[in-house]
Design a protein around this ligand. Structure first.
Ligand code: 15L
Length: 272
């Protein structure tokens, strides 16, 4: 076990943040931050309001914590000003303020959209170049690079989790490949906060899905043993798929609709 005791969760009012508050509270003393106070804040939960682009507010949120679970920022595609503010400036500030405050570990919520433009039929690990499918995905690739800088230059221990899709059940065919059971995400966060050998790692945030797109050997090496199996929900997910509009670009690439959104490249996608 590491000596991580007090952990700040950014984006604590969001879906992932709320789930992790519940799943991590017995292991760490949690401090929460977000743009807005969570509506369901429990009396024993400590909350510090902060915009990630506001360095002095961020300093107050970060002061005194040992580790940070960074789920804050904009969680889907957005305009450039939105992504720039929340996910580029905000992410840089988070790492820089963390470093200046002596934070030992950061777990960064990256996304499958950092590599969304790989075809579904390709099985990729973490050593292929990024292929973002959106400004959002590009900001996640940026965050992974910021994490590498602070790890190798400043000795911070950084774990980037390329999260597939966290939900109680996989919602459609693509999610049968990328589904992440919330408890499996908590397991990956624990590895990032506690494993003694972490320097800078990229893991796929995905459960034990037979249709998976990714080689998650790096996570397995650190002891990750996912419990969720998307195939248990296959019939419901495939039934839901029949109600969706089909789109050849979205169907071809791992990132799904994030790839077809604004897509205007010419030629056959199966050629790349
Ligand atoms: C993500 O990164 C988003 O945060 C989430 O809302 C889903 O869209 C997910 O990817 C997905 O790819 O399904």
């Amino acid at each position: 076990m590491s000596d991580i005791r007090t952990v700040l969760i950014t984006g604590a009012a969001g879906d992932l943040g709320s789930r992790m508050r519940r799943l991590l509270k017995d292991a760490y003393r949690l401090r929460l931050t977000d743009l807005k106070r969570p509506t369901n804040l429990a009396p024993d939960e400590e909350f510090v309001q902060a915009d990630l682009a506001d360095i002095s507010a961020l300093e107050k949120a970060v002061a005194g914590v040992d580790g940070i679970v960074h789920f804050g920022g904009f969680a889907v595609e957005g305009t450039w000003p939105i992504i720039l503010h929340a996910n580029i400036i905000g992410c840089y500030n988070l790492f820089d303020v963390a470093h200046r405050n002596g934070v030992k570990r950061v777990v960064f919520a990256s996304s499958n959209h950092a590599i969304g433009f790989y075809p579904r039929r390709r099985r990729i690990g973490v050593n292929e170049p990024v292929r973002p499918d959106s400004r959002y995905g590009m900001s996640k690739a940026f965050g992974e690079a910021v994490g590498a800088l602070y790890a190798y230059k400043h000795g911070m221990r950084v774990t980037c989790i390329r999260i597939g899709n966290v939900s109680d059940e996989p919602a459609d065919r693509r999610r049968l490949s990328i589904w992440l059971k919330p408890e499996d995400l908590a397991q990956l966060v624990h590895i990032g906060l506690d494993h003694p050998d972490i320097r800078h790692e990229i893991f796929y945030g995905v459960s034990d899905n037979v249709r998976g797109f990714w080689d998650n050997e790096a996570a397995f090496r650190y002891g990750y043993r996912p419990q969720g199996k998307s195939e248990d929900y296959r019939d419901a997910a495939l039934a839901a798929q029949t109600k969706l509009r089909t789109d050849p670009i979205s169907e071809w690439y791992q990132g799904g609709p994030f790839c077809s959104d604004e897509y205007d490249a010419e030629g056959d996608p199966s050629a790349v």
